[in-house]
Design a protein around this ligand. Structure first.
Ligand SMILES: [Zn+2]
Length: 489
């Protein structure tokens, strides 16, 4: 049984949709979660971390109207009136809505999972069309990319219903079905056997509204090239959780983004054959790649030169990062179904019979964090997403917040980490003029947080209100609506 693929369970035309949120009718289901709505809303006396990486600014007023940010001014007392709603937010911080760039809408099920961590095949991947969008929005995610889909029609229709005000959730960039090769472990992915099939797959799903693609671990270089060319012809981007193709090869083929930081690069794996995934799927490469060594420098230069973004997915690797990790959040446990919770505890066990890993996972963690920092220092565009798929306690939304905390562990300042999770994602999506930072004229996508994450990054978890297109949603109510009595689907 290979356990390797589970750290990524499987794995632009984003038109500027002007939602005119103030006039758009919301369904009863969505209205239930609305906490603040009005023609003009003033967030008074608030601390701003604006998403550009700049330091926090104290005591500001942010004015929202017509679904947009219409002003950012020095803090002052404003009287509420018939047309103006005022929230006194002394002691609060506002950040831009999170742009989650590895945000799945599914969760793995392992049949007959037992205390020895054994389970049977086939592993399946059920949808979480109900709970994921609520958890993402509750945590402050206002835009997200699915980064690989298994129920693509469900994801496309979900996006439509959210944009139409029928269901709660973030704006979604729907990624097509995984572009996976013929050796795939996962039954729900297409098993592409020729470049022509790769091209057909991209064109079929682009015709149906998919706005990005993701290549997977067993695709060949020729298939990947065909997919990239077909997607680029449509103005769409391709990312990859790779193994059979190395980072350098993919960059030279024109890929736009690579998932999982530097964990999935296989160029130095001793058993690596062209077009075939190596047994360690990149562990050897990461262990050997000294962050300030010549190989790392050359790789990073190649990625930057080819404008390849990297998506950091630290939460999904944190379970292997060594001791001293915080306990799972109670709210995350509460959001799991009884079965998901039981699986989490079973998978956390380390049976005495288990072999020690050949490569120290703490070394991989250390190298990856340093490489992500070096990539940004060299001018690379780093994105962030949690990869919530049933590994560890990584759940939608909670994982997005944890990712920001772990970027701070990697050495970024809180403001820089927030930029990676907001403006950088917007920039990659080509939407940086509308979303990703706090400035007059941008969409009113904002997260209201109690406390000061610029000083204490864990306070980013204290989300109270999430504005999307100028409508303020109640984070607690959204979270409560997916408590396990409803099931994690
Ligand atoms: Zn993934």
């Amino acid at each position: 049984m290979r356990s390797r693929p589970f750290w990524c369970a499987l794995g632009l035309a984003l038109l500027a949709i002007t939602l005119q949120a103030q006039s758009m009718e919301l369904s009863k289901t969505v209205e239930e979660f609305v906490r603040v709505r009005g023609a003009r809303i003033v967030l008074a006396h608030v601390r701003i971390i604006d998403g550009t990486g700049a330091a926090a600014v104290e005591d500001q007023n942010v004015i929202l109207a017509g679904g947009k940010i219409t002003g950012v001014q020095k803090g002052s007392d404003v009287a509420a009136s018939a047309g103006t709603t005022v929230l006194d937010l002394r002691g609060y911080t506002v950040i831009p809505g999170i742009v989650g760039m590895h945000n799945h809408l599914f969760y793995i099920v392992r049949p007959n999972l037992d205390a020895g961590r054994h389970f049977d095949n086939p592993v399946l991947i059920p949808q979480m069309t109900f709970s994921s969008p609520r958890l993402y929005l509750a945590a402050g995610v206002t835009t997200m990319r699915t980064t690989g889909s298994v129920e693509t029609y469900a994801d496309l229709n979900l996006k439509h219903d959210i944009d139409a005000g029928k269901l709660p959730g973030p704006h979604i960039d729907v990624t097509g079905p995984y572009l996976e090769g013929s050796q795939s472990y996962f039954m729900q992915m297409p098993h592409i056997a020729t470049p022509e099939e790769a091209r057909q797959n991209v064109e079929y799903w682009a015709d149906r509204g998919v706005t990005s693609f993701k290549a997977y671990m067993n695709i060949t270089r020729a298939e990947l090239k065909a997919a990239i060319d077909a997607a680029h012809k449509r103005g769409l981007k391709v990312t990859g959780h790779l193994c059979s193709v190395t980072y350098k090869e993919a960059a030279e083929l024109g890929i736009d983004d690579l998932e999982h930081g530097f964990f999935a690069n296989t160029q130095l794996d001793s058993d690596k054959q062209p077009d075939i995934c190596s047994a360690g799927a990149g562990e050897e490469t990461l262990a050997h790649m000294e962050p300030d060594g010549a190989e790392a420098k050359e790789l990073i230069a190649t990625l930057v030169q080819h404008h390849v973004a990297i998506t950091s997915t630290l939460p999904v690797f944190e379970g292997n990062a060594g001791s001293g990790r915080p306990p799972v959040r109670q709210e995350a446990l509460d959001a799991m179904t009884p079965q998901a919770r039981e699986d989490y505890f079973l998978l956390r066990q380390r049976p005495g019979s288990a072999r020690a890993p050949k490569i120290d996972p703490a070394l991989l963690w250390k190298h990856d964090l340093a490489l992500e920092r070096a990539f940004v220092t060299a001018g690379g565009l780093l994105l962030s997403g949690p990869d919530p798929t049933g590994r560890g306690d990584v759940l939608p939304g909670f994982g997005d917040q944890r990712g920001i905390e772990l970027l701070v562990e990697a050495g970024f300042t809180p403001s820089e980490a927030i930029r990676i999770a907001t403006l950088n994602g917007a920039t990659y999506l080509g939407r940086e003029k509308e979303i990703g930072s706090i400035a007059a004229g941008k969409n009113a996508d904002l997260v209201v947080i109690k406390g000061d994450p610029s000083k204490q990054i864990p306070e980013i978890e204290n989300v109270e209100i999430v504005f999307k297109d100028g409508v303020g949603y109640d984070s607690g109510k959204l979270l409560h609506s997916v408590r396990s009595r409803y099931g994690q689907y």
